[in-house]
Design a protein around this ligand. Structure first.
Ligand code: MG
Length: 261
């Protein structure tokens, strides 16, 4: 069941999403060599709670009884970590690329967004990987028009990524979002333009390309959460929560735009 939101509900979601983007703005200057990842997490949690919201990932259950619920506010994924990195006392190092994924809930509605940032200077191929991933997200967003099939979003992302020589992760996908963090429909980053549900006004989806430098194949760490590239190559991840309005896609999260990655 795909839930379409009223304009009033969209306004409530805007607030959750505003907090997501403000967390990214808060953390950006701290993404530098020597920063402790757990300190980023603490800053994010304090900010979210001070804004009357809850961290959406903390305590999130994978659904498997053998895996502990997610222990932190942020997913921080470094280099070959694709998504769901667990913040630890590890320090950021120059040359790494770091995905910061933030989820919030306020007044019963969720927001979700991610950005990948360089730690100081990074090599040109990592920069290209980040740029192509961000561009792919916006190629997808441009197709999030009422009347299009969802596959148009997926196909636009895949085409941009693969034409640049990178690969899209298959095992993880974007998602509908609203009263739950993860709602229908699944939003793959690969597919055909005519496939999937037709996008309708009021749908809200989290579009989140996860792009690997090498193989699309991934594996999961023993902690049950952290997803890594199988070949150890770097991976980038960008995400916006997007509202399908009658006039086209509207970013509810706004922590960066196509010009200001
Ligand atoms: Mg998401």
């Amino acid at each position: 069941m795909i839930y379409r939101k009223s304009e009033e509900e969209i306004e409530v979601m805007r607030e959750s999403c505003r907090i997501v983007s403000d967390v990214h703005r808060l953390l950006m200057p701290h993404v530098k060599p020597g920063t402790r990842i757990s300190d980023l997490d603490a800053m994010a949690e304090d900010f979210i709670r001070a804004n009357g919201a809850e961290p959406a990932f903390k305590g999130y259950s994978s659904g498997s009884t053998s895996i502990a619920s997610f222990p932190a506010t942020l997913c921080v994924s470094v280099d070959d970590e694709v998504v769901h990195g667990i913040p630890s006392n590890r320090l950021l190092e120059r040359g790494q690329i770091v995905s910061i994924d933030v989820g919030t809930e306020k007044n019963g509605f969720f927001g979700d967004g991610a950005i990948t940032l360089p730690v100081d200077s990074v090599d040109s191929e990592k920069l290209r990987l980040m740029n192509v991933t961000r561009e792919a997200l916006f190629r997808g967003i441009d197709k999030a028009q009422p009347g299009n099939h969802l596959g148009a979003v997926s196909a636009a992302i895949q085409e941009h990524v693969e034409s640049n020589g990178f690969s899209v992760v298959r095992d993880l996908v974007g998602h509908g979002i609203g009263r739950k963090l993860h709602e229908e429909p699944a939003v793959p980053n690969f597919g055909k333009p005519g496939n999937g549900p037709v996008l309708e006004v009021g749908m809200t989806i989290a579009i989140e390309p996860m792009v690997n430098y090498g193989t699309f194949r991934v594996r999961v760490d023993a902690n049950g959460w952290t997803v890594r590239t199988r070949d150890g190559s770097p991976s980038a991840h960008f995400e916006h929560t997007v509202y399908i309005s009658k006039d086209g896609p509207v970013l509810l999260t706004n922590h960066f735009d196509r010009e200001n990655g």
